[in-house]
Design a protein around this ligand. Sequence first.
Ligand code: HEC
Ligand code: HEC
Ligand code: HEC
Ligand code: HEC
Ligand code: HEC
Length: 232
Amino acid sequence: MANIFPRWSNLLPLKIAVCVLSVAGGVVLAFTYYATPKALVVGYQPSQPMPFSHKLHVDQIGMDCRYCHSFVEVAGHSNVPTGNTCWNCHQHIQRESPKLAPLRKSMDPAFPGYDGKPIEWVRIHKAPDYVKFNHSAHVNRGISCVSCHGAVDQMEVIAQDQNHSMGWCLTCHRAPETQLRPLEEVYNMKYDAAQYLKAHPQPEVTTPAEFGLMLKEQFMVAPKTTCATCHH
Ligand code: HEC
Ligand code: HEC
Ligand code: HEC
Ligand code: HEC
Ligand code: HEC
């Protein structure tokens, strides 16, 4: 009688075991990858196509955030600038620098490797699709970039500073007074409430905490905490 199970089948249980294990491993890996939103990884600092320094452009040269992130106060989404914004200056400044080669590749038809394609910056902060976030709703109500992105003016390379979890959003929505500042100070990365009060004395306000409460009243700020505020 022929053997129903050929000799190779002795290894079958092992093969199945290996398959099951690697599928399970794959699922765990995929789950870890997709279920760990980049948005939560404080310190996340991907390598970028070019060595663009916020410290140099903001702190040393003195540029305003809105020169490059021009939609931040008018739209929900804060844009990353196109090569045109950089080329305005860099067709005249440091044009031959090897550090600017990716920009010339994108912008300068006279450059040997020119392809006219946009620079592919790696995105760092990303809210999940089921979250509604809006930049202008914050920066026009006295919340600075610093509260959510940290001291960007001191970063050679941008890294994530806050965890951007739901609890983080809600902590501020429940007590925005700790983060409010005068509207003209929103883009000032070096704002200090105590110093501001010294330079601009306010009636009946002596501490930064009292100043925050005063601004909250003056701006009539009342961030919502109902689910539909942030979820579709
Ligand atoms: C000269 C143009 C320029 C200026 C001025 C500038 N930025 Fe940027 N910013 C960029 C570019 C280009 C990127 C994308 C590359 C990178 O991440 O470094 C970027 C990225 C960022 C990111 C990360 C975006 C992401 O992927 O999540 C933040 C946050 C940011 N900028 C905040 C600021 C703040 C705050 C200011 C003002 C203090 C500012 N920037 C001023 C050009 C600029
Ligand atoms: C308002 C003018 C201006 C704009 C706009 C600007 N830069 Fe610059 N950038 C400068 C100046 C000034 C320097 C310093 C040059 C020096 O060190 O002599 C510089 C330096 C640099 C350097 C270092 C060059 C080197 O060899 O050390 C890089 C890289 C750079 N910029 C990239 C960018 C990118 C990318 C953008 C667009 C997101 C941009 N810059 C927008 C003015 C500008
Ligand atoms: C209340 C918190 C908060 C404030 C204030 C804030 N941001 Fe953001 N920022 C975020 C969040 C959250 C994201 C991710 C949003 C998303 O995925 O839609 C983000 C994303 C960004 C991005 C990446 C957009 C992209 O498409 O790559 C840039 C650039 C940026 N912010 C710049 C700024 C600048 C400049 C300011 C100040 C003028 C600022 N932000 C103020 C929370 C904030
Ligand atoms: C540092 C403080 C702070 C943080 C952090 C913050 N918010 Fe806000 N948020 C505010 C303030 C202040 C307002 C303006 C409220 C008003 O106009 O009365 C606001 C307004 C909003 C609005 C407009 C609706 C409304 O309540 O007026 C949305 C949507 C929103 N926030 C979503 C988010 C999300 C999503 C996050 C987290 C990713 C977040 N916020 C993080 C302070 C904050
Ligand atoms: C101020 C904005 C805000 C409000 C209000 C809010 N959420 Fe969220 N929620 C978020 C953000 C941001 C995330 C994504 C956090 C992350 O990246 O993991 C989130 C994530 C979630 C998730 C996914 C699981 C998790 O915790 O990561 C659920 C479920 C959720 N929210 C339910 C709710 C419910 C129910 C309410 C009302 C009681 C609510 N949210 C109110 C901002 C908000």
